[in-house]
Design a protein around this ligand. Sequence first.
Ligand SMILES: O=C(CO)COP(=O)(O)O
Length: 247
Amino acid sequence: MRKKIVAGNWKMNMTPAKAVELVNTLKDQVNTEAVDVVFCPPFVCLPAVLEATKGTNIAVGAQNMYFEESGAYTGEIAPSMLVELGVKYVILGHSERRQYFAETNETVNKKVLKAIEHNLVPIICVGESLEEREQGITIDLVRLQTKIALKDVKAEDAKKVVIAYEPIWAIGTGKTATSMQAEEVCAAIRTVVAEIYSKEVADEVRVQYGGSVNGGNANELFNMGNIDGGLVGGASLKPEFASIVNY
Ligand SMILES: O=C(CO)COP(=O)(O)O
């Protein structure tokens, strides 16, 4: 039985002081026994959030990292920096990074391999634009994104990754994929993982849905057979996040 995982992607919101306030509002409200809970604040808030979540079962994730160990990469963050802080997860390949910061399937794959090397759990984001959905290529595209992201990842490691299906048209728009639409693509992701590795690996890998998840729709989405939780943007900045976790 896969444990559900709900992660809050705070995106470029909060300051360290505000982050502590948010953690203090949420930390006693979220039930971490039934669900793995991850807060993913901006880099500069990581130390404050790690401190504020001490003594809880809430894990902390970063929203990105670079695929080199160190060096002349102005403005980038290396995996070892995250690990030393106590960060456990890292979101990779978010559509906003693909769209605004030239992230590609290939750079996502390099980052996935590097994260695994450092024992960080990658939350790999895949998903189609509205145009791609209308062209009927959603499943092909998501299969390709998943295959390239997992290239050279060993079966034992693939079991531990999290894949987040986030249709771009549902992000920040208030337009959620229906539970059937989300389930169809999350199931296709599990199928491609089974094809690359085995049914055993596919049964263990956790597939989240993301895109306008809120307190009102989480229950239906998370009860679908192939949806193992959510990657939450806007609603992760509010007390409502607790009702998503406690769906
Ligand atoms: O991009 C998302 C999470 O990574 C989803 O954002 P929203 O929940 O704000 O739609």
